[in-house]
Structure formats: structure tokens, C-alpha cells
Design a protein around this ligand. Structure first.
Ligand code: BTN
Length: 229
């Protein structure tokens, strides 16, 4: 695979979308710093040096909201390789020890490409206002991590989960279910202007979350993949 390493860019997702039409599937863009890192729902994503900020360009046959789980599972497996115990907060956050350590942002152009953006707190400092909710690998392990090894593990797992996604999405979803730590818990879900409170019951094979709201089962679609460029 081709890995494009940058010192700085606006956002690796934006960079990846700009080059996506001209590069082969699997091309990876990494930046030491992002000046306009993006989170979901238009939020900004603090991206100082020390974190792993990357985007991988995928060209699947068909756009699929479950692609976000390829990233989530790869990050979770990478964290496990370093002795941590991660969980997926459906659909696209990875948590360790009750705090967020990584997020995935999938964007793309229908049936042309999907850019899977991954932000993983490795050695970067967590700003004080986020310390209640966010954590880094360095903080958990107590020493800075070798970034090239973290990247090597992540690329390995991305490749493996992407293959499984294409061949046996049911097997991938079984692993998502196993790693999803919100099942059985009461959760609050904000859907546009709508707030839903219920018990998370299951993650279905199509990637949606099954919520029990006062005895009524409701399927929450994964709706965060933006197909607008
Ligand atoms: C979220 O949890 O809201 C998703 C965060 C995604 C952050 C990553 S960092 C690399 C890539 N480039 C971006 O601008 N965002 C993603």
C-alpha cells in the first residue's frame, strides 16, 4: 500500500478526498498535525503532534455504512495488541477505561470511494477541557508509544477487516457486537432534533442499533456517513 506522510495538512480526510479519484484503493494519508481536523457532526477535532491522524481511501463495489466498523475494529484490535481493553461505542467511537481514545469519520462519494478517517490519541496531549472524556494510549500505558509500530498494527488490522467485510460481513458484525460495550445499557441518542432514550439491545447485521424504548423496539440506522463532498 501507498502511504503518503505529511507534516501538516488541513484534514487528512479532505486531502484524501481531493486525491481519491486518481489514486488506487488502499492509499493512506497521514499527517503529523491537522490545522482543521474534523469530527462527526461538523465538530472540530484537536489534532496536535503526537496523535495518529490518518485517512484510508477505499473503493468498495457499493458504498456501505458498515465500512465505519472496519476502522473501529482495526483500532480496537490495535489497542488490544498494546495490552489495552477497548470497546466500541456504536457506531464509531473507541473507548478505553471509560473515556474516548479514538473516533472514525467516514466520508465519500457514492459508489466512487469512501474515505475512512481515523483519529487515535497515541502520544498527543489531551487538552484540559477534554480530560474528563478523552484519554491517550500514552496516558494509559505510562510511556510514549513508537508511532511506527502503532501504525504498522493499524494498517495490518485494517487490511484484515476490510477483507472480512467484503467476504463475510456477518462475521465482521458478530465481532462488532462482541466489542460493543453499550449493549444492555440505557443510552441517549440524538437523531437530528430528536432525542431518544432507551436500552441498547443489539447491533443488527445491517449495522443499525436496536433500541428498546419503554418496551417498543426501534431500529436506529447508522446515518452519519455523509455522501456530499
Ligand atoms: C469523531 O469522533 O467525531 C471522528 C473523529 C475523526 C478524526 C479523524 S483524524 C483523521 C481524519 N481527518 C479528519 O479531519 N478527521 C479524521
Amino acid at each position: 500500500i501507498r502511504v503518503i506522510k505529511l507534516d501538516e495538512t488541513d484534514s487528512t480526510n479532505e486531502y484524501a478526498k481531493r486525491i481519491a479519484p486518481e489514486v488506487p484503493e488502499g492509499t493512506v494519508v497521514i499527517a503529523k498535525r491537522q490545522t482543521a481536523g474534523k469530527g462527526r457532526k461538523g465538530r472540530s477535532w484537536a489534532s496536535p503532534e503526537g496523535g495518529l491522524w490518518m485517512s484510508v481511501i477505499l473503493k468498495p463495489q457499493k458504498v456501505d455504512p458498515r465500512l465505519v466498523f472496519v476502522g473501529a475494529l482495526a483500532v480496537a484490535d490495535t489497542l488490544s495488541d498494546f495490552g489495552l481493553a477497548p470497546g466500541i461505542k456504536w457506531p464509531n467511537d473507541i473507548w478505553v477505561a471509560g473515556k474516548k481514545i479514538a473516533g472514525i469519520l467516514a466520508e465519500g462519494k457514492a459508489d466512487e470511494y469512501t474515505v475512512l478517517g481515523i483519529g487515535l490519541n497515541v502520544n498527543n496531549p489531551i487538552p484540559p477541557e477534554l480530560q474528563r472524556d478523552a484519554i491517550s494510549m500514552m496516558e494509559l500505558i505510562g510511556t510514549p508509544l513508537p508511532m511506527d509500530r502503532v501504525l504498522e498494527r493499524l494498517l495490518f488490522h485494517l487490511n484484515a477487516w476490510y477483507r472480512i467485510f467484503k467476504e463475510r460481513p456477518d462475521i465482521m458484525m458478530a465481532k462488532v457486537r462482541e466489542r460493543t460495550f453499550i449493549l444492555g445499557r440505557t443510552v441517549r441518542i440524538v437523531e437530528d432534533d430528536n432525542v431518544l432514550i432507551g436500552r441498547a439491545v443489539d447491533v443488527l447485521d445491517d449495522g443499525s442499533l436496536l433500541l428498546d424504548i419503554d418496551g417498543q423496539l426501534r431500529r436506529i440506522l447508522y446515518g452519519d456517513v455523509s455522501l456530499r463532498i
